[in-house]
Design a protein around this ligand. Sequence first.
Ligand code: FE
Length: 503
Amino acid sequence: MRSATLFLSFLLHAEIKELTILHTNDLHSHLFPHIETWISDTREVGGFANLATLVKREKAANSDTIYIDSGDYFSGPYLSTLTKGKAVINSMNFLGLDAACIGNHEFDHGWDNMLEQMQEATFPILNGNIFFEGTNELVWNNPYLVIEKGGIKIGLIGLHGKFAFYDTINFKMTQGIEARNEEEYLRKYIAELEPITDLIILSIHQGMPGRQSSLGKTDVERSLRKDIMLAKNVPGVDVIISGHAHQGTPKALVSNGTIIVSTNAYTTELGKLKIKYDTEKDQIISHSNKLITIFDDEIEDDPDMLREIKFWQKEVEKIASIPVFTSTKKLVRAYGKESNMGNLFADAVAASDERIDVAVINSGALRQDIGAGIVTKGDLISAFPFPNTLVMTKLKGIQVREIFNHAAGMTNGVLQISENSRYSFTPGEQVHEIWIKGELVADEKEYWVAAPNFVTQGGDGYWEFQNAIEYIDTGVVIVDAVEDFIQGEEMYEPKYEGRILLK
Ligand code: FE
C-alpha cells in the first residue's frame, strides 16, 4: 500500500521542465559592431553592447535561461591583441555568461598569459583536458560545474578538441602544456556528474575552421563532423555547444541523441536553444534552436557594457603610443617591386618558426609608410592594419611557382619575400626563376611557406595555398610577429637586397 502511494505520488510529480540555453562561440574580440558582407553590405552587426542587451532581455523575460560561450573570444580587432585579451575578458564580465570554455585563440599570447587573463573573469571558465606536460595537473583547474535552473540540475563540462589544439596553436605558445584525448576525459566527467545531475551539457572548442555562413545542411554537418563523431562515440551528453568551425546551426543537429548547436563567428548572432525535459523519462523530449542575427540598428547598447568597451578603447590608444624600435631610415611600401617595409614584415614572419623556408607578404596589406626614428606599436598597426594571422603551409615547388606566377600577373601587386630568397619576373606575364634559401626551387621538393591568413585563404586570388599539403594557422598576429622579431634589436636598418627582380 505504502509503495503504491509512493508510485502514485511519483507519477503525479513527473514534470516537463523547460530550459533556454543561449549560446555563442568565436566572438573573436568583436567588441564593436561591424560590417559582415555575407549578412549585409550596409547594416552593421554584432558587438558586445548589443549582445549584452539581448542576453539581459532573454534572461529578464525567462529566468530559466543560461548563457554559455564555447571559446575563441581572443584575437580579432586590435583591442584584444594590444591588451593580450585583457580587454575581452573584462568586457565579457558584462555579458551575463554562466560559463565559457577555452578556445585555441586564448593561447595566442602564450598559456601563461591565458592564465593571467582568465583570473580577471567573474564568470566560470571551464576546461578539463589541457594539462601541464607529463602531469595530472590541469592548466586551468575547472573541468566542470553543476548549476540548477528551472528545477533542472545541469552538469556543465568544458573541453578543447585535441586535434584543434595541435592543429591551430603555435607550438611556441603551448610549450610545457598538452591537450589530452577529449573523448577519454568526457567519459570520466560524465561518470562523475551523472549520479548528481539531470542533464549534461558540453561546451567544447574543436573541429575544423570552416566557412563563415550557414549555407546548407550538408555544409553544417561537414563543419561539425567532430562534434557528430564525439556524440556517437561518447553517449550521455544531452547538449553539445561547439565552437571553432565558425559554422552556425540554424537547426540543431542530433547525433546519437545528443543535440549539437553552434553559431557563426564574430558576435554576428546569439543562439537560442529551447529544450523540454521530462523528469520521469530523465531526457529531453523536444527542442528548438534559433540563431538571432544581431543587427546594430535594431538593438539598444547595454550601458554598462558600452562604458567598459569605451574604457578599453581609450587604454588601447595609450598602448598604441608605446615605442617599439628605432628605424634608421624611412620604411616605405611598394606595390610592384621590392620594398624595405615588405622586407621587414617578410623577415619577421620567416623568423617566427624555424621550420619556415620562406615567407611572403601581399603588398596590398602594407597601407602606410613609417618615418625614420622612433616607431610605435600604433605605427606598425597603421602600416599593417589587418588582424591577419600567420599561416604556415607546406607546398611543392610547383605550387610555389603557381603562387609567384599569380604575383607576377600583377593583378594584386607583387609578393614581398623574406631574406635569402628571391625571384625574377616579367610584370603582367610570369615568374622566371625562384630561389628559396639561396637555391633554385625544384618542382617536386617541399617547402614551408608562411604568409598572412588573408592570402592563404585565397585572398588576392592566391588560391593555390588552399591546396597545401599541410596548413597551420598559428594564430600569431602578423604585427605581433614583427614586434617579437624586432625586440632586442633597438636600432633597425631598413634594407633593399634585390629580392624581387624585374625582367
Ligand atoms: Fe578556434
